[in-house]
Design a protein around this ligand. Structure first.
Ligand code: MTE
Ligand code: MO
Length: 326
């Protein structure tokens, strides 16, 4: 039984919600005829930022907060909630840093996840069923984007190895591909860029996916993960650049051949399948030697494998001939 504790970063709703969403919600409630909208907004059961669109209670909200795993902490301060949930990359919604507004329109229920390819039996499961079969915990991970910014976030979720066990892959499976929703699910704004290879996809080796660090995220800051951060379920692979951390996953495929990721397809010359966070391999247009912490604004040195080398460096032994860090 997990004990619900009040956490330092559990801000009151009004403090944690960007002002425009907050006021917009008040507007909605007023339109609906809630005279005591102000009082209702202050209540503890109010939906989170991720539910600004429909104002329904997330059916998994009762699962949070989850117990923190003391193995995964960061020496840097946590990035404030309002920054981590408003400074995002989610190209389906556009390429600017304000996509969090657009993302509020993404329908996240019903949501199913399909397991296919080299598995004992292909299956499609409802997300709310899947999450209740998984052992949830919280991990503080650093998150480093190719664009040379980073943040530190308390993510909730479960090890990807648990998802792999649930999917029952065949021994012939060597790679996994994680796929985001496509235009058939929701016509996001960025889909207008029809020349891009939608849906967004990226992959890992079986060894990478079952490494202790690989984490399937369903929540952050003790709440269900907001849409702009990849609701209802996204990957987080902390030793790799953020582009591996596929958001809003609808399909997990087990493959014999290495999948080609969305970014690799668009610009393979920049960072490919094997790329890890590495200060010594610059982007063609900028250095990766340092990064800006978006919470503190400080510029800090970038560390190989984002500082997680003790967990993952061995994954790359003997792979010297692969274009590892490119
Ligand atoms: N479907 C999808 N997943 C995605 C992206 C995207 O554009 N679409 N961007 C990636 C990149 S480049 C980064 S840095 C992280 C950003 O995650 P965050 O917004 O939660 O910080 O999501 C990754 N996952
Ligand atoms: Mo990124």
């Amino acid at each position: 039984m997990l004990i619900k504790r009040k956490r330092g970063w559990e801000l009151p709703e009004s403090a944690a919600t960007p002002e425009s969403v907050y006021w917009n919600r008040r507007q909605v409630l007023r339109t609906m005829g809630f005279a005591a909208a102000g009082a209702a907004l202050a209540g503890p059961a109010m939906p989170t930022l991720g539910l600004a669109q429909d104002d329904t209670v997330d059916p998994t909200a009762d699962l949070y907060p989850v117990e923190a795993n003391p193995l995964y902490t960061a020496e840097r301060p946590l990035t404030p909630y309002e920054i981590a949930t408003t400074y995002n990359n989610f190209y389906e919604f556009g390429s600017h840093k304000e996509i969090w507004r657009m993302a509020q329109r993404l329908p996240i229920r019903p949501w199913t996840v399909t397991f296919d390819g080299l598995v004992e039996e292909e299956k499609t499961v409802d997300f709310d069923t899947l999450i209740r079969a998984m052992p949830l915990e919280e991990r503080v991970y650093r998150h480093r984007c190719v664009e040379a910014w980073s943040m530190v976030v308390p993510w909730s979720g479960f090890p990807v190895s648990e998802l792999v066990a649930y999917a029952k892959p065949l021994s012939s499976a060597r790679y996994l591909a994680f796929q985001t929703f496509g235009p058939d699910h929701f016509r996001a704004n960025g889909f207008r860029q029809s020349w891009y290879p939608w849906p967004y996809v990226d992959g890992l080796t079986m060894a990478g996916a079952t490494n202790d660090l690989s984490f399937m995220v369903t929540g952050l800051y003790g709440q269900p993960v907001p849409r702009q951060n990849g609701a209802p379920m996204r990957l987080h692979v902390p030793w790799k650049y953020g582009f591996k951390s596929v958001k809003s996953i609808v399909r997990v495929s087990f493959l014999e051949e290495r999948p080609v990721g969305y970014w690799e397809e668009i610009q393979g010359s920049e960072y490919g399948f094997w790329a890890n966070v590495n200060p010594d391999v610059p982007h063609p247009r900028w250095s990766q030697a340092t990064e800006r912490d978006i919470g503190t604004g400080e510029r800090i040195p970038t560390v190989i494998y984002n500082g997680y080398g003790e967990f993952v460096a061995h994954l790359y032994d003997g792979l010297e001939s692969e274009p590892l860090f490119k």
